[in-house]
Design a protein around this ligand. Structure first.
Ligand code: ADP
Ligand code: MG
Length: 309
């Protein structure tokens, strides 16, 4: 199970069986679960006062333990809607952000066990991504993975776009629309070889509340994301600075892999390659690299000694 801040993915017997946004909708009065995943996301920003939609993971960690557990349960139920529980023999590997504290680690384990997992192992996300990409992680060789998920960077980019649309175009857009702008015309370069068509946004004028139609170009979004993308560059450079020289040499030779949904941002690999002078490769299927690697780890529980019990 890849328990991401944006998406939760479950791989069972090598197949993706659940791929849903990490959202849960709860009844405010009773705390009962009303919907999980895509259904809950559709309610987001549209609920009446007795329903709250929650993203239990923020900044890569569990922000709401109760909601997280309910979400994990709901997602596990989706695997086999007929049986309420896992069959008792099922083992589980859950991946966790590399900066997780002891407390967070325990919270994830407890939630997984409460949700029916029996034999729960954990793996750090960048390690899972490396395995998913196909890197031999047992070889004595340095590799670098940059995982750009929702909580670490994606949410910041979306917030930049909301703010930009308000300031520049006087139009109010919600989180979902801002994310659609990011996916449709998001770019880290102001000049692209295969530019996307403008994306038309409908929303209320901030001042008059009258409906507006605003075409958005990739160039303006590239400008609006400039600051946050520079921060990513700085973070990558700082990680490289702390890398021991032998590993550094391996990384220069192998290049650096981009994983997570943010790796799909137009022009990002080219921009980073030019800026840093090391080749950047976008993982094949970056949204699923972590989950795939977690699936491989499950098959190698006895061999991979870096899994956490
Ligand atoms: P997490 O591991 O935190 O759940 P993911 O790896 O699933 O995150 O990536 C989700 C993030 O990727 C979201 O912020 C989403 O908006 C972003 N994303 C998805 N597709 C694209 C795209 N084509 N361009 C830019 N960002 C994208
Ligand atoms: Mg992730």
């Amino acid at each position: 199970m890849d328990l991401g801040t944006a998406n939760t993915i479950i791989i069972c017997n090598g197949k993706i069986v659940v791929d849903e946004p990490s959202v849960v909708a709860l009844d405010r009065r009773t705390d009962k679960v009303l919907a999980v995943g895509e259904k809950a996301r559709q309610m987001h920003g549209k609920t009446h006062e007795n329903i709250r939609t929650i993203r239990p993971l923020r900044d890569g960690v569990i922000a709401d333990f109760y909601a997280a557990e309910q979400m994990i349960r709901g997602m596990i139920k989706m695997i086999n809607p007929k049986s309420r529980w896992f069959t008792p023999s099922l083992r589980m590997v859950v991946c966790i952000p590399s900066g997780s504290t002891e407390v967070e680690l325990r919270a994830v384990r407890d939630s997984a066990e409460h949700a029916g997992g029996r034999d729960v192992y954990m793996i750090y996300e960048p390690m899972a991504a490396a395995i998913g990409i196909g890197i031999d992680v047992e070889a004595p060789e340095g590799n670098m993975i940059v995982d750009i998920g929702g909580g670490t960077t994606g949410d910041d980019l979306t917030a930049d776009i909301m703010e930009y649309m308000r300031r520049q175009h006087n139009v109010k857009v919600g989180e979902r629309t801002a994310e659609m702008i990011k996916i449709n015309v998001g770019s880290s370069l102001t000049s692209l070889e295969n530019p996307p068509e403008d994306y038309v946004v409908h929303g209320p004028n901030q001042m008059t509340a009258l409906p507006m139609e605003v075409p958005v170009s990739y160039q303006e979004i590239a400008h609006c994301l400039e600051k946050s993308i520079s921060k990513m560059e700085a973070a990558i450079l700082s990680a490289l600075e702390q890398t021991p020289p032998e590993l550094y040499a391996d990384i220069v030779r192998n290049g650096i892999y981009l994983a997570g949904g943010g790796a799909l941002m137009r022009g990002l690999d080219k921009r980073l390659t030019d800026k840093i002078g090391i080749a950047f490769h976008v993982a094949e299927d970056p949204l699923h690299a972590v989950a795939k690697g977690t699936g491989v780890a499950l098959k190698n529980i006895d061999k991979f000694n870096f899994l956490i019990r």
